[in-house]
Design a protein around this ligand. Structure first.
Ligand code: F6P
Length: 384
C-alpha cells in the first residue's frame, strides 16, 4: 500500500508518566509507517516539551529494532508539560507562571513537515493534545497508563505488567506475613481508579482491598482483620490504592508538583491504615509502598502484543483518513474513538464490578463492612 499523498511524514511522542510497552508502541508505529506505507517518522523527545523546544529527530526502522522488550520510552516522557499551560518560570512570590505555547508547537511541527502526530499518552496527554487539534494538527492518540482508567477503551497497555508486578509483591508479602503473624499493608498506584489494586488484590488473594471508588470505614477494616488474626489464619494482607480514602475523609497528598498541569501526587494512606490497624487490633503491622516499580521494567508478553496492536492500528487509522482519533479496544475488537472523547476524563471501577462481587463472595473485605466474618467461633469439642 502506498501512502495517501497528504501523509508523507509523521511525528511520534510519548507523554505523561512512563509505562511498560511504550517502546513496543513506538516500534509498531515506526515499522508500520515506514515498511507498510513508506512514510517517514520523526521522534519527538520528552513529550510536548520536545515539541516546544524543537527536539525532533528522524527515526528509522533500525532505530527501533530491539526495543520491543525494553521498559520506559526511548523518546523520553514528561508528565508536567501541557502546551496550553506551559510553565515558563515563577513570579516574584514564587508562584508558577504559565503561557500558552500551542502556536510554537504547531510552528515546530510545520518546520519538520509533520502531517500528523501520533501521541501516546493518558487522559492528561489527550487533553493537552486538544490545543494542537484546535490549531489544525491531526493527532492520533494511543491510550497509555498503568492505571487503566482511560475512557473509551477497555484496556490500556502497561496495566497488565503493573498488575503482574503488584501481584508478585503481594505474593511475597504473604509468606512473610504468615511467618511473623503480621498484617502487611501494600500501597499501590491508582489515584482515582483502583484497577491495579482490585486486579492484583484478587489475583494474590489479598484479604482487604481498599479502592478510591469505595470509601472505607476504619472500624470495619479493623473488625475484619481482628477476626482473621484471632480466629482465622493469624496474618492478613491489605492492598490499598494510593487514592483510597476513609469514609468522609480526604485522599492523602504526599506532595504538590507546582509546575505540573496535574500537580497532586498522592501517597501515605498505606501507613495510616497500618497505624490504625496496629492500634485498633493490637497486632504488628508493616507497610510497603510499591511506587514506581509498578511503572518500570520489561512489559509482559500480553502488553507487548497489545502495544503492537495499538501502534499498528494508529497508523492504519491515519492511513484510512482518520483525523483526531484515539485507538481503543472494546470487547476484544480494535477500533477508534474521537480523541477528545477521552480527554480529561477517567474510567473508574464501578462498585458492582463482577470482580468485586466475586471477591466479596470469597470473603474479601472492601473496608465498607459488607462481608461478615468467615471465622465463626470454634464449636465446643464434642465429649463422648
Ligand atoms: O498516572 C500514573 C501514575 O502512575 C499514578 O498512578 C501516580 O499517582 C502517578 O502516575 C505518579 O506520577 P509521578 O511520576 O509524577 O510520581
Amino acid at each position: 500500500m502506498t501512502a495517501p499523498t497528504h501523509i508523507r511524514r509523521i511525528g511520534v511522542l510519548t507523554g505523561g508518566g512512563d509505562c511498560p510497552g511504550l517502546n513496543a508502541v513506538i516500534r509498531a508505529v515506526v515499522k508500520t509507517a515506514i515498511l507498510q506505507h513508506g512514510i517517514e517518522v520523526a521522534g519527538i523527545e520528552d513529550g510536548f516539551q520536545g515539541l516546544i523546544e524543537d527536539r525532533v529527530r528522524p527515526l528509522s526502522s533500525t532505530d527501533v529494532s530491539g526495543i520491543l522488550v525494553r521498559g520506559g520510552t526511548v523518546l523520553g516522557s514528561n508528565n508536567r508539560c501541557n502546551p496550553r499551560r506551559h510553565h515558563v518560570g515563577d513570579d516574584q512570590d514564587g508562584n508558577p507562571v504559565h503561557r500558552d505555547v500551542t502556536d510554537r508547537c504547531v510552528e515546530v511541527a510545520k518546520r519538520h513537515r509533520l502531517d500528523a502526530l501520533i501521541v501516546i499518552g493518558g487522559d492528561g496527554t489527550m487533553a493537552a493534545a486538544s490545543s494542537l487539534v484546535e490549531k489544525g494538527l491531526n493527532v492520533i492518540g494511543v491510550p497509555k497508563t498503568i492505571d487503566n482508567d482511560i475512557v473509551g477503551t477497555e484496556i490500556s497497555f502497561g496495566f497488565l505488567t503493573a498488575v503482574n508486578t503488584a501481584t508478585e509483591a503481594l505474593d511475597k508479602l504473604h509468606s512473610t506475613a504468615d511467618s511473623h503473624h503480621r498484617v502487611m499493608v501494600c500501597e499501590l498506584m491508582g489515584r482515582n481508579a483502583g484497577w491495579i489494586t482490585l486486579t492484583a488484590g484478587v489475583a494474590s488473594g489479598a484479604d482487604v482491598i481498599l479502592l478510591p471508588e469505595i470509601p472505607f470505614d476504619m472500624e470495619a477494616v479493623a473488625k475484619y482483620i481482628d477476626e482473621r488474626m484471632h480466629k482465622g489464619p493469624g496474618f492478613a494482607i491489605v492492598a490499598v490504592a494510593e487514592g483510597a480514602r476513609m469514609r468522609g475523609g480526604e485522599q492523602v497528598v504526599a506532595r504538590m508538583v507546582h509546575n505540573s498541569a496535574d500537580p497532586v501526587r498522592l501517597g501515605g494512606i498505606g501507613q495510616r491504615v497500618a497505624d490504625s490497624v496496629a492500634k485498633l487490633c493490637r497486632v504488628e503491622t508493616r507497610t510497603t509502598v510499591l511506587g514506581h516499580i509498578q511503572r518500570g521494567g520489561t512489559p509482559i508478553p500480553a502488553d507487548r502484543i497489545l502495544a503492537t496492536h495499538f501502534g499498528y492500528h494508529a497508523i492504519q487509522t491515519l492511513m484510512n483518513g482518520g483525523r483526531n482519533r484515539m485507538v481503543v479496544r472494546q470487547n476484544n475488537i480494535f477500533g477508534d474513538v474521537d480523541l477528545l472523547f477521552a480527554a480529561g476524563k477517567q474510567r473508574l471501577v464501578p462498585d458492582d464490578h463482577p470482580l468485586i462481587s466475586a471477591a466479596r463472595a470469597l470473603g474479601t473485605s472492601f473496608g465498607d463492612g459488607v462481608p461478615h466474618s468467615h471465622y465463626p467461633d470454634p464449636k465446643p469439642a464434642v465429649v463422648v
